[in-house]
Design a protein around this ligand. Structure first.
Ligand code: SF4
Length: 475
């Protein structure tokens, strides 16, 4: 589960964060009141709910009984509600004594139970605890609402952070660890910058591992000019510095791969909170001879899988097997194909040690994935064509979208180039190219809209267009 943080209207509305939402990504939208939901926020919620199936709106407790209000919210497509409830154990403890400390704040737990009983069964319900100074029965209260179905809760410590408060909450987390709930996440405020500090200082292990990245192979036979390890210029430079040959430690690093059994063991042991495994790394994961088995094991455990590869190394049998592990939802299983060119000529220019034949192989592999998807009513492994935008390709972005259209790729990702070392600097698009590059972005996006290819991280492209041109933003 992943979260994006959006504040209340007039406070902070991060439109870009919404635009970049992934289908499975949690958006925690905290609003002051449903009754005063502005049109702007209403359309924001609708947009978010159309992009992600996990939009959770935090509302004040008093409003949850107003069925018309709540149903109106569900009609916008939201997945669930977090009810803001104040944790006030004094009354309960005064009435029943400290001996009841393990029963939690029964008033709050019973109120949650009552809300849950009349709540639509297909909607998610949780609590955002407003916690003042008294945290004595908070751990037990969390366990109480967890038993009534809240798989995650938010703890909002009111007042300022201090070492005393961290200590109090550390005790709460300790209490939960002893109780050992297996499927519970506890989040400090998503919308406050101090969230990581709270996690760290309270040793919160309930925040839940969500995305796991596994590097399975450092090997790669390509020579992308922008690659930190295999870039042709980088290799030449490293050889030059070491008297004509690559240094031994570097050669060893380039050969490193994970042991297949160990990797399968890791996949088997990942906790339930993980929803995605990314296979990528310094080299190309598909160079590993057990890559297909490893990916299949991850899919069979139900994880979404993302593979970053140059897409040369798969054969038709591999592709057929992988295709069968996909669904209609691109996010569940997709390959990010680092092609970074739309034509064979540009491909070999950006990969001086590859030939046009390699380009052809990559194109055929991508096309086979989409042919299989077409025969399966859209289900299968999806593909994204990644284009690392550099000086050599930055004016030919339209060709990349045309290639995506030709091979039936789901989307294109124009990824700004990262600089890994001195030899790379000469490949960064300079100021002299910016206006023309912005126009190339604009043309590429316009074409993509016309042919139905998605643009991943589109707001970043639009920012580049706005910043550098003359060129009009095609939206
Ligand atoms: S395909 Fe990836 S690992 Fe291989 S050279 Fe290109 S960027 Fe580097």
């Amino acid at each position: 589960m992943k979260s994006l943080d959006i504040g209340a209207p007039g406070d902070f509305v991060d439109h870009k964060a919404i635009d970049l939402l992934k289908p499975d990504e949690l958006l925690y939208l905290r609003i002051p009141s449903l009754r005063t939901l502005s049109d702007e926020l209403r359309s924001l919620v609708t947009k978010a709910a159309s992009l992600s199936s996990k939009v959770v709106v935090s509302i004040p407790q008093e409003e949850v009984d107003d069925l018309l209000l709540v149903q109106g919210l569900f009609r916008l497509g939201v997945h669930g509600i977090a009810v803001r409830m104040t944790h006030r154990p004094e009354r309960w403890l005064q009435q029943h004594g400290l001996g009841q400390i393990h029963s939690g704040d029964r008033d709050l737990i019973e109120r949650f139970h009552q809300i849950r009983s009349s709540f639509p069964v297909d909607r998610f319900l949780t609590v955002e605890f407003q916690v003042q100074d008294d945290t004595r029965v908070l751990g037990a209260t969390i366990m109480g609402v967890h038993q009534f179905g809240a798989s995650w809760v938010v703890l909002n410590p009111l007042g300022s952070a201090s070492s005393e408060r961290f200590r109090q909450f550390r005790d709460v987390i300790e209490y939960l660890k002893i109780r050992g709930p297996t499927r519970l996440n506890v989040y400090f405020p998503f919308w406050k910058q101090e969230m990581p500090e709270w996690d760290l200082k309270t040793q919160n292990t309930f925040s839940g591992l969500e995305i796991v990245h596994i590097d399975i192979s450092n090997r790669c036979s390509h020579s992308c000019v922008f690659c930190g390890l295999y870039g042709a210029d980088s290799i030449d430079e490293m050889k030059k510095r070491s008297g004509g040959t690559l240094p031994e430690p570097l050669k060893n690093l380039m050969k490193m791969e994970i042991d297949a059994e160990k990797c399968l063991g890791i996949i088997k042991s990942l906790p339930w909170s993980v929803h995605m495994i990314q296979f990528g790394g310094i080299g190309d994961p598909l160079m590993h001879e057990s890559a297909v088995d490893i990916i299949a094991a991850a899919r069979r455990r139900g994880f979404a899988v993302e593979v970053l590869s140059n897409m040369e190394y798969l054969n038709d049998d591999d592709i057929l097997l992988l295709h069968r592990l996909g669904t209609r939802n691109w996010y569940e299983f997709h390959f990010i194909a680092n092609v970074s060119a739309g034509t064979p000529e540009l491909y070999v220019k950006t990969r001086p040690r590859q030939s046009e034949k390699t380009f052809e192989k990559v194109v055929n592999n991508l096309r086979l994935f989409s042919d299989l998807r077409n025969k399966s009513s859209g289900a299968g492994a999806h593909t994204t064509i990644m284009c690392v935008v550099n000086r050599l390709n930055c004016l030919e972005l339209l060709d990349v979208v045309k290639l995506a259209e030709k091979v039936g790729a789901w989307q294109v990702w124009f990824k700004p180039m990262e600089i890994h070392g001195e030899p790379h600097r000469s490949y960064v698009p300079g100021e002299d190219l910016m206006v023309a590059m912005a126009r190339a972005y604009s043309d590429a996006i316009a074409y993509a809209d016309g042919c139905g290819v998605n643009i991943f991280q589109r707001p970043i492209c639009e920012e580049i267009i706005r910043k550098y041109s003359g060129a009009s933003v095609h939206v």
